[in-house]
Design a protein around this ligand. Sequence first.
Ligand SMILES: [Zn+2]
Length: 396
Amino acid sequence: MVIRCNRCLYWSNHPLGITFNSQGICSGCQVHEEKDKIDWQLRLEELRDILSARHLGSKYDCIIPVTGGQDSFFTVHYAIHTLGLNPLLVNFNRTFNSKEGIRNLAKLRTAFNADFRQFTINPNVAKAVINCTLANLGSLNWLWIAGQTSFPVRLAIQLNIPFVLWGAHQGIEQVGMYSHFENVEMTRRYRREHDLMGHDENDIFEFDPNFSPDQIASLSYPTDEALLKSGLRGIYLSNYVRWDPTAQHDFVSKTYGYGKRRTSRAYSYFDNPDCPAYFGLHDILKQAKFGYSKATDQLTREIRHGRISRSNALNIEKRLISAKPEGIREFSNWLGVSVASINGLLLQHSNGFASQVLEGSWFKEDFRGPISSKVFNALGGRNYLDSDYQNIGKGI
Ligand SMILES: [Zn+2]
């Protein structure tokens, strides 16, 4: 049975894994309570101690992976102005960018006294990988997460840089997978199991043997031997700084002119403005698979920080979760697939929640495919029939 937290909006089927205490409060809410008990000044001193280690001959103190999101601005600001570090800023270009994201990244490149490196994967390879992971994992974000979590790590080893400084640890922030006091650092295992949904770049060849190792090389993560030899450590700033994305946004918006992006299904417009598909196809795939959307994450965050009541949040969630997603046609055009195949994806990867999406009035108006929701429900929410659907991910 799927149950829901008595304090926030998370369900027990959260993909990162979640537990509940006897009062029905989820592990994410319990670990969030630590934020009001931790001596953050002491944590800052611990962080300074950790980061005081230097590698001989390294020009930079750390690498900071940046996407142009508000957390990138905050992390870079904190590293330079509070910790006094000389970071190298590193970006894995997502290749499907919003104009707000391009603008934010351009600001970030020039707002700080820091060097910047970017890697852009061959767009045809990017599209082929996205098609592959959409078909096999129901994920359009996999490529970008794989690139964003591997390129900075490879580069750090190559340039003999001692640290990668990440922003938040999502497993801690969302579901309380670990306590802040465990000082969790980056690992290959977390990347594979949670960031990449249990499948790293090596699995791409199993999904589609037509990929060549050269095409996937830019997503490869260093071997454990190389990591050990290099002494590289990946630190999460959210273990040492009271993490509050909304407060961070207010700060970087005033200080650096960070821009948000209004979207129909978002509660907070500052999250993920760089990806035009985030609140579009990505969000309805998430809803079809798990029964909730990104707005649920955002409202949960606001409940935990005491800025909205649970009952208000539930009403807002109801409205946002049935709102029409934006940009699906643009994304399918860019990717070179039909909207019918997008419909098929929703059916193929649903965990019994697709009816929420298929019954939405926006879907009936704009995206009605050859299978009606009644037929879909009669099929138990699992199968699809029409020939369109059999070519999911094949670029039809
Ligand atoms: Zn909770």
